[in-house]
Design a protein around this ligand. Structure first.
Ligand SMILES: C[S@@+](CC[C@H](N)C(=O)[O-])C[C@H]1O[C@@H](n2cnc3c(N)ncnc32)[C@H](O)[C@@H]1O
Length: 284
């Protein structure tokens, strides 16, 4: 039986993919710019009550977010990084859009998402016939994991990720769906797969300083999701920076902020702006 939280997560995953497919985006010389549209073919993005979700509402959030992560992947590939690990990849098409000889993409997500993505990849009219769950060793490897219960380090090792070589790890719109403890476990697992020269880029949901994070999360849940509980990770910027530092990541340009306003809501009688901040960190 699918919970409301799972239905909400499915909707948000599909909204992200459908919204990004509307944007004009770059590709590598070997990349496939049409893959994103084909990958999302037939997705419907309905809310938990079965009503269609308004994709256009997501475009304001995706307009700065998608190019931020696109640029990181392009830069990493150009700089010689040979492994791109996409954590909570959903229907992200970057493995196809930024295909580059010698670069391996690892797309990690929940088992049902990975299974559906694998099915969709097989139907693409591109050279992805080698894609298989967890076993691919050439260009794209899809790997199933639940970050709340699984061991990401083990999953990456089994997927053929080389911990001795630098990686670009990206987690776009993922950690807000994980409980604080699971984010820490994920970062701890990643740190065991991180070679010098690696980069981690993620979106972090940020609330202003001076508020209790668990109160913010529970208020967001009540006000926006009727207690369904999909959003779990909202912290202050300093808390995110400290957490990353504790796991061996030094955030670039920590004094500056790259962000998009996500939503506003009343918390404890005050209107609070929640931002999605884009953080890029180098392995310390
Ligand atoms: C909002 S979607 C974003 C997907 C993709 N990064 C993008 O920007 O389109 C969040 C993704 O994180 C995945 N996710 C959430 N919780 C997860 C968990 N516990 N383990 C693995 N993946 C998870 C979801 O399945 C979903 O695909």
């Amino acid at each position: 039986m699918t919970t409301r939280a799972e239905k909400t997560l499915t909707m948000i995953r599909e909204v992200c993919a459908l919204g990004r497919a509307e944007l004009d985006r770059p590709r590598t010389a070997e990349g496939d710019a049409t893959a994103g549209r084909t990958l999302v073919d037939g997705l419907r993005a309905v809310d938990p009550s079965g009503e269609p979700s308004d994709i256009s509402l997501s475009l304001g959030l995706l307009a700065p977010r998608a190019p931020y992560f696109d640029r990181l992947v392009l830069n990493a590939v150009a700089a010689g990084t040979r492994q791109v690990v996409n954590l909570g990849a959903g229907y992200d098409d970057r493995a196809l859009r930024f295909r580059h000889s010698g670069v391996r993409f690892f797309d990690l997500d929940l088992p049902d998402v990975v299974a559906d993505k694998a099915r969709r990849l097989r139907t693409l009219d591109t050279d992805v016939s080698h894609v298989t769950l967890d076993t691919d060793v050439s260009h794209v490897t899809l790997a199933a994991v639940d970050f709340a219960t699984g061991d990401v380090a083990d999953v990456l090792a089994r997927a053929g990720h080389d911990a001795a070589q630098p990686s670009l790890f990206i987690a776009e719109h993922l950690v807000l769906f994980l409980r604080p403890y699971d984010v820490e476990r994920l970062l701890a697992g990643i740190s065991t797969r991180t070679a010098a020269g690696s980069t981690l880029a993620l979106t972090a949901e940020v609330h202003p300083a001076g508020l209790d994070s668990s109160l913010v999360v529970s208020t967001v849940d009540d006000v926006m999701f009727d207690g369904a509980g999909p959003l779990r990770g909202i912290r202050t910027r300093d808390a995110w920076l400290t957490l990353l530092e504790q796991h061996g990541w030094q955030v670039e340009d920590a004094a500056g902020t790259t962000a998009v306003d996500h939503f506003r809501l009343p918390v404890d009688g005050t209107t609070v702006q929640i931002q999605t901040q884009f953080l890029t960190a180098a392995a310390a």
